[in-house]
Design a protein around this ligand. Structure first.
Ligand code: FAD
Ligand code: FSA
Length: 460
C-alpha cells in the first residue's frame, strides 16, 4: 500500500453508512474533492462522500446525467446476495464486497426500491461453461438443479420458454437473487448525492475531462492537482478520484492493468399485455449464449445480451504494441445481433424475429484477475483510482463508494486493500486475448476493427 493519508485502524467495510462515519481528521471533510466520471462507481462514491459529511465534492462527466455511455445506464443488471463471511473465510474479500451490496439493496432506501428478488438461473451447455457455472456462486438456500429443458420450463410461467434449450443445464436460485433497474438506481444515487450537496457537471464541453493537471515540487516529485475540461476550465482539488470506467485508461499509463472491452445488448419492444405476461421471470443467464431479464415496466422493453469474451478496439502504436480504445456506438455488430436471435430461438422463439428497438455496445475495463482496482497511484499521492470493475461492477452500486472512501481515508481493510491494489506486476506479460473465464460467441476475444457490418436500429 502506498500514500496512506492517515494511520487509522482498518475498519470492516460491510456497513452501509446511512449515518455518516466521520474520518478522524475532520478537516478532510472540507477538502475539495473531484470525481472524474458520474457512472456507476463515481455516483456511488459521491453518495458515500456526502453521507460521511464531505462538503466540497464535484463530479465531472462527459455526458449529462445519467451518462449515455455509462455501463450502468441500462434497464437492468444481475444482482445476487451473499451473507457476511467469517473472518477466516478464504473468499473473505469477494464475500465482503457482496455482503455490503446485499445490505444496501436490502436496507438502503436509495437502492432498495430498484431491486427485484425474482431469482436467477445460471446455466450453460459447453463443457467449459458447465465447469465454470459449477464453481460459480451457488450459496444460499433454495438452489434447484435444472437438468433438462422441462426443468427449465418449470421455472417459468407456461408458454414462455417454448424453445428447445438444447443441452442446457443449470442452477436456479430462487431467493436473494434477481435484477436491479440499473438506470433508476444510478439516478437515485445521483439525486441523493445532489440533495446532500454534491455538484454534478455533465456535458461534452463543461464536464468532459481532457487532461489531468499535475504539479511538481523542487525535488521533481509530482502530484495531481485537478483536471481540465473541454471548455478549458481547470478544476483544482485536494484529492482526485478517477472513476471513468473503460475511459480511465486514456488518462494515465495503467501499465496494461486495464483492458477496455465491450459487450453488446439489444432491446425488443413488447405490448403492455405481453409485458404483463412476462413479469417477474427469473433472470436466465447462459454462460455459452447470453441472458435476458423480464421487460421493464415503463417502456415494456426486453433487454437481451449475447454472451462472449468481449470485443476490443485494437489500435497499434509504431512499436507494434496494441491497446484497446473505447468508442461510443448505439448499434451492435450484425454477428452479435444474430447471436441474440440465436439465444431467443433457443429460449423464446416466439420473440426471435422481432425488430430491435434499441442496441448498443457497452464498455467495461477488465483487470488481469478481474478484481477491482481501488488504490492511490504510486506516483501521484492525491490521485485515487476507482476502476477495473471488470464487467461485474454494477451490482456494487450501493456499497462500492463506501470502500472507495475507506481507501481515500486510509482505512480500508488490509485484505481488501491488497486484493484491489495497484498491481502492474500482474500485467507485465499480459495476454490481451485471454478470455478471462468467459464463454460464448466464438469463444475468443473479438476485434471491432474486423467487424463486417453493424445494425441499423433507430435509436428510440
Ligand atoms: P461507467 O458506469 O461506465 O462510468 C464511467 C463514466 O465515466 C461514464 O459516466 C462516462 O460518461 C464517464 N466518462 C468517460 N470519459 C470521461 C471523460 N473524458 N470525462 C468525464 N467523464 C468521462 N455488472 C453487474 O454487476 N451485473 C450485470 O448484470 C452486469 N451486466 C452488464 C452487461 C453489459 C452489457 C455490460 C457492458 C456490463 C455489465 N455489467 C454488469 C458491468 C457493469 O455495468 C460495470 O462494471 C459498471 O457499470 C462499471 O462502472 P464504472 O463506474 O466503472 O463505469
Ligand atoms: O453474473 C453477472 O454478474 C453477469 S455480468 C453480465 C455481463 O454481460 C457478463 O455476462 C459479460 O461477460 C461481461 O462481464 C459484461 O457483463
Amino acid at each position: 500500500m502506498h500514500a496512506d493519508q492517515s494511520s487509522q485502524p482498518p475498519s470492516l467495510s460491510i456497513v452501509i453508512r446511512i449515518d455518516s462515519t466521520y474520518p478522524a481528521d475532520v478537516t478532510m471533510l472540507q477538502w475539495p474533492i473531484l470525481i472524474i466520471g458520474a457512472g456507476t462507481w463515481g455516483a456511488s462514491t459521491a453518495l458515500h462522500l456526502a453521507r460521511r459529511g464531505y462538503t466540497n465534492v464535484t463530479v465531472l462527466d462527459a455526458y449529462p446525467q445519467p451518462s449515455a455511455i455509462s455501463a450502468g445506464n441500462d434497464v437492468n443488471k444481475i444482482v445476487s446476495f451473499t451473507d457476511p463471511p467469517a473472518d477466516d473465510d478464504p473468499e473473505f474479500v469477494n464475500k465482503t464486497f457482496f455482503a455490503a451490496l446485499t445490505k444496501g439493496f436490502q436496507h438502503d432506501p436509495v437502492f432498495k426500491p430498484h431491486f427485484h428478488n425474482v431469482g436467477n438461473i445460471i446455466s450453460a451447455f459447453s463443457a467449459g461453461g458447465l465447469k465454470h457455472i459449477g464453481r460459480r456462486d451457488r450459496r444460499g438456500a433454495d438452489i434447484v438443479e435444472l437438468d433438462s429443458p422441462e426443468d427449465f420450463r418449470s421455472a417459468f410461467p407456461s408458454g414462455i420458454l417454448s424453445g428447445p434449450l438444447p443441452g442446457w443445464k443449470g442452477y436456479w436460485r430462487k431467493n436473494g437473487a434477481g435484477w436491479v433497474h440499473a438506470r433508476n438506481a444510478l439516478v437515485s444515487a445521483i439525486t441523493e448525492a445532489q440533495r446532500l450537496g454534491v455538484t454534478f457537471i455533465g456535458g461534452e464541453s463543461e464536464g468532459k475531462v481532457v487532461r489531468l493537471l499535475f504539479s511538481s515540487n523542487n525535488n521533481g516529485a509530482q502530484d495531481i492537482i485537478g483536471a481540465e475540461t473541454a471548455d478549458g476550465k481547470q478544476h483544482l482539488a485536494s484529492k482526485v478520484i478517477l472513476a471513468a470506467g473503460a475511459n480511465a485508461d486514456q488518462f494515465l499509463d495503467f501499465k496494461k492493468q486495464l483492458r477496455p472491452t465491450a459487450w453488446t445488448l439489444a432491446h425488443i419492444r413488447m405490448s403492455p399485455e405481453e409485458a404483463k405476461a412476462y413479469r417477474n421471470l427469473p433472470v436466465l443467464f447462459n454462460a455459452d449464449q447470453g441472458f435476458f431479464i423480464e421487460p421493464d415496466e415503463e417502456n415494456h422493453e426486453l433487454k437481451i445480451c449475447d454472451e462472449h469474451p468481449g470485443y476490443c478496439n485494437w489500435v497499434y502504436a509504431s512499436d507494434g504494441e496494441r491497446r484497446s480504445v473505447p468508442f461510443a456506438r448505439h448499434q451492435i455488430p450484425l454477428e452479435s445481433a444474430e447471436r441474440i436471435r440465436g439465444l431467443l430461438r433457443a429460449t423464446m422463439p416466439q420473440l426471435a424475429e422481432r425488430p430491435f428497438s434499441f442496441a448498443r455496445i457497452c464498455w467495461c475495463a477488465d483487470t488481469v484477475d478481474r478484481n477491482f482496482l481501488i488504490d492511490y497511484h504510486p506516483d501521484y499521492p492525491s490521485l485515487l483510482l476507482a476502476v477495473g470493475a471488470s464487467g461485474r461492477g454494477f451490482a456494487h452500486i450501493p456499497s462500492i463508494g463506501g470502500f472507495i472512501v475507506d481507501r481515500l481515508e486510509g482505512r480500508m481493510d488490509e485484505r481488501i486493500a491488497t486484493a484491489v491494489r495497484w498491481r502492474p506486476e500482474q500485467a507485465v506479460d499480459r495476454d490481451w486475448d485471454d478470455t478471462q473465464n468467459r464463454f460464448g460467441g466464438p469463444y475468443a476475444v473479438m476485434d471491432f476493427q474486423k467487424v463486417e457490418g453493424w445494425t441499423d436500429v433507430e435509436d428510440s
